[in-house]
Design a protein around this ligand. Structure first.
Ligand SMILES: [Zn+2]
Length: 152
């Protein structure tokens, strides 16, 4: 599907250093192989793509791009290892399209410039695919800047 990118979204992409073609590719991949989260209530999807140590995300409706963001931290896996003790209150507003499972809100270990910290992620209990929400990505961006300044 050809995703519509409004001028406002185009500016957001530029601010985040994301190319339109990259967003289109992320959406195409997600739509063809089902590796995405879909809102349980509504028609939004979250898809991601990884390139050059950056993970990019696109949130989109069937017609247009709604949000886009990226983080440089890489996700190592679930904090504390395997998924266990699944409680219903861990359920997020999102569902894995490929597995039909409700994504869980779980901490994942994220690493950047030698520092590893847990942070909230969205995890499919079946395929263990991880996603980061827009709000968390903002926090990560701040953390990344602090680490980059320390190194400089
Ligand atoms: Zn899944």
């Amino acid at each position: 599907m050809d995703i519509k990118i409004t001028e406002e979204m185009d500016n957001l992409l530029k601010d985040n250093g994301i190319k339109k073609e990259e967003i289109q590719e992320i959406v195409d991949n997600a739509e063809s192989n089902g590796t995405k989260l879909k809102a349980r209530d509504g028609d939004l999807s979250i898809a991601k793509g990884v390139s050059d140590n950056v993970t990019m995300y696109a949130i989109y409706s069937p017609s247009e791009l709604v949000d886009a963001y990226a983080h440089k931290m890489s996700i190592l896996g679930l904090t504390g290892g395997e998924l266990h003790d699944i409680a219903s209150d861990d359920e997020s507003e999102w569902e894995c399209t490929k597995c039909g499972e409700i994504a869980l809100e779980r901490n994942v270990d994220m690493t950047y410039m030698g520092v590893t910290r847990p942070g909230p992620g969205l995890v499919c209990p079946k395929c263990s695919e991880f996603y980061i929400s827009s709000g968390v990505a903002k926090t990560l961006k701040t953390a990344e800047s602090i680490l980059e300044e320390k190194r400089a």
